[in-house]
Each structure stands twice: as structure tokens, then as C-alpha cells.
Design a protein around this ligand. Sequence first.
Ligand code: FES
Length: 196
Amino acid sequence: MNFYPKEIGARFYAIRNSGKAERTNAVGTGASFTCGSFVRFYLEIDIETKEIKEAKFKSNGCGFALAAADVLLDKIKNKRLNELHGANNDELKREIEAALGSFEISRRHCLEICLDALHRSLNDFRSFQIEEFQGEKALICTCFGVAEETVERLIAGENAESVEEIGKLCNAGTGCGSCQFLIQELIDIHWLENPY
Ligand code: FES
């Protein structure tokens, strides 16, 4: 008798991404109080190109968590941060469930700790970028090292009116997505002070 649903079991017995990346510069852990499981992601992100060159995980979790972590890392590996399109949790959940089948309510936390691990590793990478940054004004998008003055210049110079437009112009907001509300704020302020 199979303990796991078919797709979960198949992935669990053929995990590809367990272990630890050698040159990790982004580490993040998701943990569940429901069952005591954790998933830790180890990413190696190229500083220049922002490509996720390696992605591994360690976990003490069940087959559901291991399968979800493995699929998620396959999805992000070899992608540039701007190809994550803000790492939206609902979209990522849909992609994981498309590969593994739907996670029932009692197993949702297995999937959610993987998403937490991803966001925390991207946060870790952003902290590293902040430490490296040497600019006059605040850094708005730490995934791509884009300063506030750059975003302001693009809003004024290119008449950018949306976060998506700024993303197309300089990548800001297209990685982990956590800076999107700051970009929106700069857009709102600019157009409030400079109405057509
Ligand atoms: S800080 Fe991650 S996309 Fe801007």
C-alpha cells in the first residue's frame, strides 16, 4: 500500500535537489509548529546576472514537504530573479500543485514552509546586497540593487505610471516582489506632485 498519493510518492523516491549548495549566498528556513518540520533552502545567486545558479534543500519533513521543496527548487533553478515575477505565493502554489496534485488542508503547511523558505532565502540575499550597496539615497529594490534615485529618475524621465513599467525599465520589483509597494509609493508621490 502506498502511504503517499501517486505524484508525491514518485517525487519523494526520486528527490533531485537535497543537500547544500557549495557557494551558498542565500539561506532561508521555513518551519511548521503544526508538525515540527523545517525546510531550509540554500541558493547560490550570481551577483552580476542575478541568476539562481544552484538551489538545494535540507529538511526533516515528510514526503509532502520534501516533494514540494524539490519541485519548487526545480522551478526556480537557472532562472534570473526577474523571471520569478515577484515570487507570488498563489502562483507558486499553483505550479507546485500542477506537478504534485492538490495538497489537502491538513497538508497545506508542508507546502507553505517551502514558500517561507524561498522568501527567507531571498530576504537573506537582499540583506547581503544592502551591505554591499554604496549610494547616496536608500536602496529600494535590494534584489537588483536599484536605488530610490534611479526609480525617481525613471518615473519622471520615462513617465512611468505603474510598478510593471518600472520593472521593465530596470528590473526593480520583479524578483521577490517585496519592494513593489515602495515603488508604487514613489509613483503615487510623483504623480501627486506633478499632475498632468
Ligand atoms: S527587493 Fe526583491 S524585487 Fe525588489
